[in-house]
Unconditional design. Structure first.
Length: 392
């Protein structure tokens, strides 16, 4: 993707500067959208024919506001599903039936959601506000951070951890939203705008940054435990040197896995921050894993299955080229990925062969799909569709 896209990206950059972007944030947004989501640099590969070995079906669907230029993902506590859209709608749905239990119209735009924890339902806004609702949809508090919020706030104990678009990470008091700590680090002059948030595990916050950096900080006070390089920028131009972690890391046991765009996928020891193994695989939307296998979506559209311990390839599915895939979601014997045309593809866990395919709507599936405890998966689309999908 990088070699084929560079002329178009150089032209895009020239157009942006000639048009006079109002801020570096506008420039990042323009580059990110040309590379990954709104403008197609390469036509998506045609859908291949195959003999289905599984039968997916939509158990229920619901509508929430469209996403605009933001990414949203549904969240679940098992009994209920929560979903938000850019128009300021927040829904609580019954996880079995999809019936709306309550609906909030915030009266302002949302840019991220939904986060759950400490009996809170959390969303973020383009102006940098975190809104905390209770389980009945009542607004409890509103707290502002340094810039737009592009990923769902997360909760650890009495701390709400929220990442701002300027790469600062804030720890807020879960009771009233007051600020407890802030983590910040310098970033390269040019980096990609992304909805990469944070993962909290064992009281530690893990997050990827521009320049291929992965950090671990304490959730209670924001103190840094370690920082390591998953990828090193390389190339002669600023665009070629982009090597950003634009997706969520995966924590499993003693290892943290992370992948960078135009960089590497790496296994990092979570105690020391030392890289155990790495491979030259580029991804924008990220990875997932289960049962000793790592699954990731390559920036050009291939899906990989790798061994946890060594990074060795089990299989590679290359027939989804340029389809702007979501992060993979393991579901028992299959792995699901969504694409830019609203399809969800189900691949056999053992060999990556196509097992089934289901169409949601005609808009892209959001980068992060979610599994319900019953093995049902949730997918949200850019047009505001929320789908609960089962597989037989």
């Amino acid at each position: 993707m990088r070699l084929q896209s560079l002329p178009g990206l150089a032209f895009a950059l020239a157009c942006v500067f000639l048009a006079g972007c109002s801020s570096i944030s506008d420039l990042k947004t323009d580059i990110s959208e040309r590379m990954f989501g709104r403008d197609e640099l390469n036509p998506p590969a045609p859908l291949v024919e195959f003999k289905p070995t599984a039968e997916p079906r939509v158990l229920w669907s619901a509508r929430v506001g469209a996403a605009d230029n933001f990414d949203f993902s549904p969240a679940t506590d098992g009994n209920s599903v929560y979903a938000a859209g850019a128009t300021g709608e927040l829904l609580k749905l019954n996880s079995m039936t999809g019936k709306v239990e309550w609906q909030v119209d915030a009266g302002e735009k949302f840019s991220a959601g939904v986060g759950l924890g400490a009996n809170l339902v959390l969303v973020g806004t383009p102006s940098g506000y975190v809104l905390a609702y209770d389980q009945q949809g009542k607004l409890l508090w509103k707290s502002r951070v340094s810039s737009e919020i592009l990923s769902p706030p997360q909760v650890h104990g009495d701390v709400v951890v929220v990442r701002a678009g300027d790469s600062r990470i804030f720890g807020l008091n879960a009771v009233d939203g007051s600020r407890k700590w802030v983590f910040e680090r310098s970033t390269p002059p040019l980096s990609l705008r992304s909805s990469a948030g944070v993962v909290i595990d064992g009281g530690v916050v893990y997050a990827g940054f521009a320049g291929g950096k992965l950090i671990a900080v304490r959730a209670d006070d924001g103190n840094t435990l370690w920082e390591t390089s998953v990828a090193q920028p390389k190339g002669t131009t600023e665009i070629e040197r982009i090597a950003d972690i634009t997706s969520l890391p995966l924590v499993d046991g003693a290892i943290v896995f992370a992948v960078a765009y135009q960089g590497k996928v790496a296994a990092v020891d979570r105690a020391s921050g030392k890289v155990g193994w790495s491979r030259d695989i580029s991804s924008y939307t990220g990875l997932n894993g289960a049962a000793g296998r790592l699954y990731l979506s390559h920036a050009q559209g291939a899906v990989y299955s790798l061994e946890y311990a060594s990074g060795k390839t089990f299989w590679r599915q290359g027939d989804l080229r340029y389809r702007q895939l979501t992060a993979p979601l393991p579901l028992g014997e299959v792995v699901a990925v969504g694409d830019l045309q609203g399809y969800v593809h189900f691949l056999q866990r053992e060999d990556g062969a196509f097992a089934a395919r289901l169409k949601t709507d005609d808009s892209p599936v959001m980068p992060q799909m979610v599994e319900l405890p019953s093995g049902v998966m949730l997918a949200q689309t850019r047009n505001g569709g929320v789908y609960a999908i089962s597989l037989k």
